[in-house]
Design a binder for this molecule. Sequence first.
Ligand code: FAD
Length: 451
Amino acid sequence: MDYDFDLLTIGAGSGGVRATRMAATYGAKAAVVEEYRVGGTCVIRGCVPKKLMVYASRYGEDFDDAAGFGWHVPHAKFDWATLIANKDREIARLEGLYRKNLGGAGAAIFEDRAVLRDPHTVHLLKANKTLTAKTVLIATGGRPWIPEEIEGNDLAITSNEAFHLKDLPRCVMVVGGGYIAIEFAGIFKGLGSRTVLVHHGDEVLRGFDREIRERMRHEMQKRGIDVHLKSSVVSIRAHNGRKLVRLSDGTEQEVDEVMFAVGRRPNTGGLGLEHCGVELTSRRAVAVDAYSRSSQANIYAVGDVTDRVNLTPVAIREGAAFAETVFNDAPTAVDHVDIPTAVFGTPEIGVVGLTEEAARAQFDKVDVYKTAFRPMRATMSGRDTLIFMKLVVDGASDRVLGCHVMGESAAEMIQCVAIAVKMKATKRDFDATVALHPSAAEELVLLKTKA
Ligand code: FAD
């Protein structure tokens, strides 16, 4: 049977672009369909614009800290419109690169919404055109959501809109306790908004090490973020151009924006998967095997739409492994163990491997080494902040099972430590490594006392 394409990918995000480019490089006739912007969540409205805004949000503290080092910084003023315009210019540049790279590899781009008619047929809604493909890759990612039961939920925004607000809100409520909520609370606070964080759980950052979670909340409170735990939004009402938010504890807050960051849902709705025999998980993600193959033999799925580990480098790996498997005759499964991850809040968090709680649940004897110290910079700036580090070690084998860092450059540190953890380094290997002085990271090889 002749098809229009060997591969048709739905979604030009991190996973879809990598898979399509690699497949085209291996000689496949490949195309990708994208309904919004090439680059997907990470480039257009995720990791990249977020990190640019995190940088922006940290200058305030830097200006304050400079005084201790002899700098006199006259009153610094922040302009939201400049930040957003410059951020948009950078995102447009990156989108251009993604397009160029796809084209350079010989892949076609269709700017349209794709819906599957059958396992080999994709309908393009805008163009009202049908394409056929031998293999279909679903790489449609995920999307933010706002709970339907909240009265006035149409008055709230998500991270999608937060990147394009016309003005910096004077007062903002961020709802959620995951990494996106923590990062946006830090961004808004750092840029000068009064910031309220509302989270239904008893602590922020579920899934992270308990101590990191508590310390992070404490650091946020120290910076003036008003944190409400075990609390949720009941209703939102428009009030004098602002928003009146009623919380489950009966209190009301008047704010300019309410941003929900309460998790993301896989984009599987309205895709026509029901016509194709593609099974979904209980969270409505595409169910796949280790090679990202769905229950329909010619349909694969990678990235957030599969709800495995929802991070850009993972989507990219899964996309690459798919291309190796299907178009290079080299079956490749992605290893989802010991993936480093960060929370770009202020302070920053970087982690790899097991939390202390998870290690204790899995291993008989767990040794914990930790330290909390004032970074050198803070001794002169006078800033009241600590760097926290924790190593979780298997007492029997001496293997380092997890490393958790909170403080300046934590993400940069963890990317390097992740190599050692992935190589199954032991605490003895850490001890045998000579410190690099003076640095904060040196403490990771100088931890002596078991907690
Ligand atoms: P996506 O990048 O979401 O791409 C999916 C694409 O499919 C989208 O462009 C969408 O428009 C398109 N699409 C959907 N349905 C259709 C259809 N029917 N037809 C045509 N096109 C369709 N990850 C990190 O690793 N580090 C971070 O710091 C980080 N920060 C983040 C911050 C925020 C605010 C958010 C929201 C996410 C962040 N992430 C981060 C997560 C990261 O963005 C995702 O894990 C990653 O983008 C997933 O890639 P993907 O290819 O699965 O999907």
